[in-house]
Design a protein around this ligand. Sequence first.
Ligand code: NDP
Ligand code: KPL
Length: 313
Amino acid sequence: MRVLVLGAGALGGYFGGRLVEAGSAEVAFLVRPARRDALARDGLSIDSPFGAWRGAVTAITAEEARPGWDVLLLSCKAYDLDAAIAAIRPAVDARTAILPVLNGLSHLDALDAAFGPARVLGGLAKIQASLAPDGTVRQFNDWRWITFGEREGGMSDRARTIEAAFAPAKGVVATAVPDVMMRMWEKIVHLCTAAIGTVLMRANVGEIARAGGTPFLHRMLDRNAAIAAAAGYPMREAFLSEFRTVFADTTAGYSTSMLRDLEAGGRTEADHILGFMLERARAAGVPEEIHEAALLHARAYDQRRAAGRLPGA
Ligand SMILES: NC(=O)C1=CN([C@@H]2O[C@H](COP(=O)(O)OP(=O)(O)OC[C@H]3O[C@@H](n4cnc5c(N)ncnc54)[C@H](OP(=O)(O)O)[C@@H]3O)[C@@H](O)[C@H]2O)C=CC1
Ligand SMILES: CC(C)(CO)C(=O)C(=O)O
């Protein structure tokens, strides 16, 4: 199987690097010039509870992109989606399945418009990772799940083939599922709840729980579940019960990529996650003020960042 990974950041670097390490697919990374130069010089490094890895990888830039890939693993942030679509366009042909692992849902519409729905799988990742300033991909805990499937439901050969390619990869649990849209809605319910809490409190889940915030997080979980139900995806009791426990864990070091982005002075995906859920809350008549506060908080941070007024800037 030939896999082209758009981006060699936290997720692209981790899942693509683990495939290279396993040797179970031919992998290349489609990156921008600065990352291509760093990868050519230093190789790709992963630092992980499942074992560190460093190796040479094939990295190309958009000008070098050609067709002939079975899978296009799309791992940019939502705010880079338009540029990423332009970069992958010359690499996508009739045999290519596009597997996005971005958080959220609205990128699917943009990918459908660009490539047609038949090319685009549903996908999500449950992992805690970052690209460190030295270029190392750092995985913070034992979360290692990448889940994908056909959006209309059911199982396909291409989903099974991707699962098989990941099977020998260390530190990865890759699963082809028949209900990927439900999984994507579960993910946004989970993430939106965690993002509201971590962004508004500027603290991780354990810290929020120790501050007495579990009932608040549970209330947000219920509201996000009501938004999903109104969209036709009622959350399963097992899912709700798992995340009620997660949000009650006073020892958790669990945080979100949105909080890590804020703390690093970077851009956030607030519009893509919080903005999307705020809009859906309004349409569904679910109480929305807290979603609005979290979104405004992140947007005001963006304004401050753009004005060069972040602490230490
Ligand atoms: N990090 C995490 O723990 C989790 C993240 N996610 C989701 O996964 C997605 C990716 O996040 P993450 O991996 O953390 O993000 P990163 O910022 O670490 O990586 C994204 C990479 O995409 C690259 N990129 C963006 N646009 C282009 C382009 N046009 N051409 C080539 N490369 C491009 C960026 O390159 P450059 O360096 O040049 O900007 C960057 O290295 C997000 O939607 C996030 O919400 C989901 C679960 C967990
Ligand atoms: C749900 C969570 C927190 C972990 O996968 C995530 O997706 C993120 O940090 O962006």
